[in-house]
Design a binder for this molecule. Structure first.
Ligand code: C5P
Length: 221
């Protein structure tokens, strides 16, 4: 069972993916971390994340052990990620990594939850459950702003909102694997929901898909 979760930044998709994976005993891959790891590494070695040759070399050498580095949560890593993510060649290299994970999740789990921007449309178009998590830019900026303040980092709401809109714009309008829902995705708007309500709605979708799968199986036999 593969669960594909997509949506813009701070829509709540990451929290949801983690929770679903823990609840179902599935493995979880935050695919944004892969792009962040590549972008951040390029910047760290003094390179330009818009330079394709450098980004490609880093993507090819990506070490999965670096995906848990705390520096990847920074806005600097997010910005660099959204730049390398626009390159077709970089995406191709990272696509295989993601598909390998979906087919053989770490730890031999019976299922995988992947969250990102193009999981339902490109990485796992056959996934039986596709969720597209959205919330207004203002709600998402407010969440991100609060998170930064709670972490003790300086934050200005207007700046966070502008950065979020810029990143949405880059992710939505790029020519390769743009941010958009798959035709058969369930759209979950979390603007007015707390984490528990969003989780309950997502779980209901997963259970529905599972019941449909079992039903199809029994009618086919
Ligand atoms: O989800 P997160 O904010 O960590 O993603 C960082 C950036 O990585 C996104 O803004 C997007 O440009 C890119 N990304 C992507 N495809 C994915 C996941 C992330 O292009 N599946």
């Amino acid at each position: 069972m593969i669960i594909a979760i997509d949506g813009p930044s701070a829509s709540g998709k990451g929290t949801l993916a983690k929770r679903l994976a823990a609840h179902l005993g599935f493995a979880h891959l935050d695919t944004g971390k892969i792009y962040r790891a590549v972008g951040y590494q390029v910047v760290r070695q003094g390179g330009d994340p818009e330079d394709e040759a450098t980004a490609l070399a880093v993507a090819r050498a990506l070490d999965p052990a670096t995906l848990s580095a705390p520096q990847l949560s920074s806005d600097e890593a997010a910005l660099a990620a959204s730049k390398v993510a626009r390159m077709n060649a970089v995406r191709d290299v990272l696509l295989q990594f993601q598909r390998d994970f979906a087919e053989s999740p770490f730890g031999g789990a019976s299922g995988a939850v992947l969250d990102g921007r193009d999981i339902g449309t490109v990485v796992c178009p056959e996934a039986p459950v596709k969720l597209y998590v959205v919330a207004s830019a203002e709600v998402r900026a407010e969440r991100r702003h609060k998170e930064l303040l709670e972490r003790g980092e300086a934050s200005i709401y207007a700046r966070v909102l502008q950065d979020m809109k810029d990143r949405d714009e880059r992710d939505t309008n790029r020519s390769v694997a743009p941010l958009k829902p798959a035709d058969d995705a369930f759209i979950l708007d979390t603007s007015g929901l707390n984490a528990d309500e969003a989780f309950a709605a997502a779980l209901a979708e997963v259970e529905k898909a599972d019941a449909d799968r079992l039903q199809n199986k029994s009618t086919a036999t």
